[in-house]
Design a protein around this ligand. Structure first.
Ligand SMILES: [Zn+2]
Length: 429
């Protein structure tokens, strides 16, 4: 799915490989290489699996030419698990992380071979996390609170959609609004995190995707960020997408992983990013928490009022009301997980899941249908956004306390360390 990028001469020096003759024997390097090759091999069976790869090109070309069967991948992965577990020299956090990633790889291989897990089993196996369960009543209560807060009369979902339609960014203004949001995210991130000097990304506008935005990390501190313009883009998505995909979200996460883990420590397993793995809960959780870290409440409202609303030709007078409502609506985010759980567990069909999303996630019918496509493709991945965000927030706030600078430090450490999701909640418990 991701083409190996063509690199220009002025990019950073390559970190790998040393020439085969000069390469010293290294069990840790062999483990990393075996892991990368296995992830790439799974990618031959699952086009969505390899989210990014910027390691040695020959590892990819050789993997592509062999094309291992799923049972063979499973056998090799189990051998590698034993090798990692028994390694006397591997850094303990690196070891735990590799074992977590390999457990997820084995589960994904089983799924590709036809094994069906329940939603909760799958989330545990792939993302090292336990999704919370919420009753329908829980969401009905939140919708009732919205009933009192929204202008007008009638059913809440329709009223919310009508209200929100006032806040669509006109298509001709989208790029200007996004560029301003990206600049704000970058400026605030750079105050706290020393970014690699040559980091950058390009933004592309695409259509007909199951997601609203995507960061394709290219290696050497470059990303391609794609924004899906098939559906209307509301003004709140500008800061959300700029921070989530860019600063201090996925682009920064990938750049810090590359600088700290790959280049400084030589942990080459981090040159590959398997999407259906615990790494994604950390990536999505930090990307979502990064929004509120970069632009907390009142600061965000001021920026929206002074910069983004005027750029989008929207009335700045409505900023506070709009974001107060958005805060309430965000409490419904777990309604999407419930729809996914019931749909993927076979309790309800696609039409009923779409109806649930319209009723409790307040999605327009077209958006709900796009979301079902997302469930079909990414399945229990949905938990990585809201559960990931909640776990990361709890971890950062617990470790750092109320001091904003300290929160940035803990956040940056988390981005650049091999941390499993269960370690976040262990530390919270
Ligand atoms: Zn994301």
């Amino acid at each position: 799915m991701l083409a190996i990028p063509r690199l220009s001469a002025r990019d950073d020096t390559p970190f790998f490989p040393p020439s085969p003759v000069s390469r010293l024997p290294s069990p840790a390097l062999d483990i990393a290489e075996s892991y990368v090759r296995l992830v790439l091999a799974v990618g031959r069976h699952d086009g969505d699996y390899v989210d990014a790869y910027y390691g040695p090109p020959e590892w990819k070309s050789e993997t592509d030419s062999v094309s291992l069967t799923l049972p063979e991948i499973e056998r090799r992965a189990q051998e590698l698990v034993a090798e990692v577990r028994d390694s006397p020299t591997l850094d303990p956090r690196r070891k735990a992380y590799l074992l977590g990633q390999l457990r997820a790889l084995l589960a994904r291989v089983q799924m590709l071979g036809g094994t069906r897990f329940s939603f909760d089993q799958e989330a545990g196996a792939l993302y090292d996390a336990t999704p919370p369960a919420n009753t329908e009543q829980h969401f009905q209560d939140i919708v009732s609170r919205l009933d009192g807060a929204l202008p007008g009369r009638g059913p809440v979902p329709e009223r919310y959609i009508t209200y929100r339609n006032q806040f669509v960014i006109p298509p001709a203004r989208i790029d200007a609004v996004f560029q301003a949001a990206i600049a704000a995210g970058r400026e605030r991130t750079a105050r706290h995190i020393a970014l690699p000097p040559n980091e950058s990304f390009v933004v592309e506008y695409v259509t007909d995707k199951p997601w609203s935005g995507y960061n394709w990390y290219q290696g050497r501190y470059r990303s391609v960020i794609q924004v899906n313009t098939s559906l209307p883009i509301y003004i709140d998505r500008a800061v959300d997408l700029a921070c989530h995909e860019g600063y201090p979200g996925h682009h920064v996460y990938n750049a810090l992983v590359e600088r700290t883990l790959v280049r400084e420590r030589g942990w080459l397993e981090f040159t590959v990013y398997p999407l259906f793995s615990p790494q994604s809960l950390i990536a999505e959780g930090t990307a979502n928490y990064g929004i509120e870290l970069a632009l907390p409440g009142s600061e965000r409202n001021a920026f929206e009022r002074d910069v983004l609303f005027p750029l989008a030709d929207l009335s700045p007078a409505s900023v506070d009301e709009y974001y107060a409502l958005q805060t309430l609506v965000r409490e419904l985010s777990y309604a999407g997980n419930e729809a996914a759980r019931r749909y993927l567990d076979g309790e309800i069909d696609a039409a009923a899941a779409a109806l649930w999303l319209e009723r409790y996630a307040l999605m327009a019918p077209t958006v709900a249908r796009q979301r079902i496509r997302f469930f079909d493709t990414y399945r229990s991945y949905v938990i990585n956004y809201n559960l990931g965000q909640d776990l990361v927030r709890a971890y950062v706030e617990r470790e750092a306390g109320p001091d904003a600078d300290r929160r940035w430090d803990v956040f940056a450490e988390l981005l650049a360390s091999p941390t499993l999701p269960s370690a976040l909640s262990d530390s919270v418990a």
